[in-house]
Design a protein around this ligand. Structure first.
Ligand code: CMP
Length: 143
């Protein structure tokens, strides 16, 4: 199967809890290659741009307030079947429904503060990666 890319974000709760290292360790152990990574801080407005598809949802304000509450770490990951495999690794959006051993089950407090984001399709992965990284940064780690 061809390699796929996904855009992950280690969210502000992940950073605050000192879990960047642990989450990256699990991601690498699961066979993902890191193609690009940085620490940044979203504003309420840039968080709103990233989550524009959720603009009409009742949780939009809570989501953008949380995502702009501290630094986060966007990461572009590559692996065969990356989209599906990453979503399996992190578990369900609501940590109460996430399978045992998943990142959200082990570390997330709630649906809103759920430690990590993963793209839901290859196309969205490309759009989301471009939100954080210039093309020149994405090819920096081409093999
Ligand atoms: P994420 O995978 O980053 O994509 C959208 C986010 O919206 C999701 O993770 C959750 O953190 C958040 N979200 C989804 N549903 C709810 C909800 N009902 N209440 C609060 N936040 C939510």
């Amino acid at each position: 199967m061809a390699k796929q890319r996904t855009l992950a974000i280690l969210k502000p709760d992940c950073v605050r809890k000192g879990l960047i290292g642990e989450v990256i360790r699990r991601i690498q152990e699961a066979g993902f290659t890191i193609k690009a990574m940085k620490m940044t801080r979203l504003t309420k407005q840039t968080a709103g741009g990233f989550y524009a598809v959720h603009r009409e949802k009742p949780f939009f304000d809570e989501l953008t307030t949380f995502m702009s509450s501290g630094p986060c770490v966007p990461v572009v990951l590559e692996k065969e079947n990356a989209i599906e495999d990453f979503r399996k690794l992190i578990g369900a959006t609501n940590p109460a429904n996430a399978e045992e051993g998943t990142i959200r089950r082990d570390f997330a407090d709630s649906m809103g503060e759920n430690i990590v984001h993963g793209s839901d399709s290859e196309e969205n992965g490309r759009i989301e990666a471009a939100y954080f990284f210039a093309e020149s940064e994405l090819v920096a780690n081409e093999s």
